[in-house]
Design a protein around this ligand. Structure first.
Ligand SMILES: *Cc1c(COP(=O)(O)O)cnc(C)c1O
Length: 451
C-alpha cells in the first residue's frame, strides 16, 4: 500500500460519466405520485424543470455522459483530493487508516457545486434565462449563484429570513457572484404575501422559500426552478465524488471498509457511496454510515412512508423516511441537515439494510470537528462534522479491537462561514435540545394515507 498524504487525480483521469444507481437496483423504486394519487409524469415537472433533468430523474441508463461544458467547469476545482488523516490517526492512537475526500475545495465551499453546474448547464441549453431557488443557511444558494455565472444565466435566491439577517456573509458571497437575493417571505410572490399578511415579522422557513421559488419559476416563462438535494438526478450528479474516490483508492492500493457521510437530503452521502453500493450488491464486504443530527432523525426514527417534499405541498409525493412535511426541527447549527425527508433512493437502501443510519447530537459532533481541525488544519462545516464523529467512533472501535480498517469520510464542505457556531461550542454556550417523539408523532398523523 502506498504511503501517501493525498492522492490528486490528473484532470484527464476525472470521470467522464455519472453513475445512475437506478440501473442496478433489484427492483424499480416506488413511483413519485401526485397529491391525487396518480403517478407523476414528465408533464407534471415540465413547468419547473428542463426536459433533460426530468429525463435523468426517471432514467435507468447506468452511465450518463457528463457534457464537455460541465467537465470544463468541474475542472475549476475537480478532481478533488483524497487525503490520509495521519495526524488524526495518531491522536486517536488507532490502527485504522482514515481518509477524507475533500469536497470543501469547491469554489463555493461544498459538494453542492457538483450538481449546481450541470443543472445550470441543462437549463441554459433549453433556453432558460433565469434560475429561481431557495436557500436556508446559504450553501445551495452560493453554489447556484456561482454555477449560473458559467452559462450567463441570472439567479434569484429566496433566502430564509432568519438566515438572511443572522448569516449575512453567505448573502454577500451570493451577491458577489451576481445573484439577486431576497429575504423570504418576500412580497414578490403570492406565497410570500400570504405569510406576511398573517405574520409581518415571519422568520421564514425552507418550506416557504421553496414555495416562493417554485411560484416564481411557474409564473415566468424564461425562469426555472432547481433543487440542491433529495432528487435522483441530484444524487446522480454527486456520484463524481464516489467515482473519484474509487480511482484514488485504487492508486493507493486500498479499498474502504467503511464510508461515512452526513445526511440532510442525502446527496453528498449518495455521491460518495452509490458507486460502492454497486460492489456491495455483488457481495463485497463494505459498510456505509448515513449520519444525521439527533434533532432531525429522519432515517433513524421516521417511518418509511409517502410524503410531500415540501411544507406547502407544491411538490409531488415520494416514498421516503420522513418526520412529516410539517416537522420543524430545533435550530441546530448544521442548517443543511434540517430536512424532514430524505432521498427516495437513500431511503430505499436504508430500508433494504444496505446502508446503516445513525444519529448524533451536535455537541459531540463539534467535539469531533475541533479534533479534526487541530489534526488536519481544516475547519469542517457543521454538517460534515457528523460524518467525522461517526468515523472517529469507528476508529476508536478499531483501536479497542485491534482491527486495521480503512475508513473514508466524505468532507462535504468547510465551515469558514460557520465560525459563530464554533464560537458557541468553544464558549460552552452550545446546547443539545432533546428530540421529542411527540412532535414527530403529531406530524406523522397528518401524512397522506398512501401505502
Ligand atoms: C447542504 C449540505 C449538506 C446536506 O445536504 P445533502 O444533500 O444531504 O448532502 C451537507 N454538507 C454540506 C456542507 C452542505 O452544504
Amino acid at each position: 500500500m502506498a504511503e501517501l498524504n493525498k492522492v490528486i487525480l490528473s484532470e484527464k483521469d476525472m470521470p467522464k460519466e455519472w453513475y445512475n444507481i437506478a440501473a442496478d437496483l433489484p427492483e424499480p423504486l416506488p413511483p413519485i405520485i401526485r397529491a391525487d394519487g396518480v403517478p407523476a409524469g414528465p408533464a407534471d415537472f415540465a413547468p419547473v424543470f428542463p426536459m433533460e433533468i426530468i429525463k435523468q430523474e426517471v432514467s435507468t441508463q447506468k452511465w450518463i455522459p457528463i457534457p464537455d461544458e460541465v467537465i470544463s467547469a468541474y475542472k475549476v476545482w475537480r478532481p478533488s483530493p483524497l487525503c490520509r488523516a495521519y495526524n488524526l490517526e495518531k491522536r486517536l492512537k488507532t490502527p485504522a487508516r482514515i481518509y477524507y475526500k475533500n469536497e470543501s475545495v469547491s469554489a463555493a465551499g461544498s459538494h453542492k457545486l457538483n450538481t449546481a453546474i450541470p443543472q445550470a448547464y441543462y437549463n441554459k441549453a433549453e433556453g432558460v434565462k433565469r434560475m429561481a431557488t431557495e436557500t436556508g443557511a446559504g450553501q445551495w444558494g452560493s453554489a447556484m449563484s456561482f454555477a449560473t455565472q458559467f452559462f450567463g444565466l441570472k439567479c434569484t435566491v429566496y433566502m430564509v429570513r432568519v438566515s438572511f439577517d443572522q448569516k449575512p456573509y453567505r448573502r454577500f458571497l451570493m451577491q458577489t457572484y451576481g445573484a439577486e437575493v431576497f429575504a423570504s417571505p418576500s412580497n414578490l410572490t403570492h406565497a410570500g404575501q400570504e405569510v406576511l399578511k398573517k405574520d409581518p415579522k415571519s422568520l421564514g422557513s425552507l418550506g416557504i422559500a421553496i414555495s416562493e421559488a417554485v411560484e416564481d419559476a411557474a409564473t415566468h416563462d424564461d425562469t426555472k426552478y432547481c433543487l440542491g438535494s433529495v432528487l435522483n438526478h441530484v444524487c446522480m450528479h454527486q456520484t463524481i465524488i464516489g467515482l473519484e474516490i474509487k480511482k484514488q483508492m485504487e492508486l493507493i492500493g486500498d479499498y474502504p471498509d467503511i464510508i461515512a457521510a452526513c445526511v440532510g437530503g442525502g446527496s453528498n452521502f449518495a455521491g460518495a457511496v452509490f458507486p460502492f453500493v454497486a460492489d456491495k450488491m455483488k457481495g463485497k464486504d463494505i459498510r456505509f454510515l448515513a449520519v444525521e443530527p439527533a434533532a432531525c432523525p429522519t432515517l433513524t426514527k421516521g417511518p418509511y412512508r409517502y410524503d410531500f417534499g415540501d411544507e406547502a405541498k407544491l411538490m409531488p409525493l415520494a416514498k421516503m423516511y420522513t418526520l412529516g412535511h410539517n416537522f420543524m426541527p430545533s435550530g441546530i447549527h448544521a442548517g443543511g441537515l434540517r430536512y424532514h425527508g430524505d432521498s427516495p433512493i437513500v431511503s430505499y437502501l436504508v430500508n433494504k439494510k444496505l446502508v446503516e443510519a445513525r444519529s448524533y447530537k451536535q455537541i459531540p459532533c463539534f467535539e469531533a470537528a475541533v479534533l479534526f481541525a487541530k489534526s488536519e488544519g481544516l475547519l469542517p462545516a457543521p454538517e460534515s462534522s457528523h460524518a467525522i464523529r461517526a468515523a472517529i467512533d469507528e476508529a476508536i472501535i478499531c483501536r479497542e479491537t485491534k482491527k486495521e480498517k480503512a475508513i473514508v469520510i466524505n468532507l462535504s464542505g468547510h465551515g469558514h462561514f460557520d465560525l459563530s457556531a464554533y464560537e458557541s461550542y468553544l464558549s460552552g454556550k452550545m446546547v443539545d435540545v432533546e428530540f421529542d417523539e411527540k412532535d414527530m408523532d403529531r406530524c406523522i398523523k397528518e401524512l397522506p394515507d398512501i401505502k
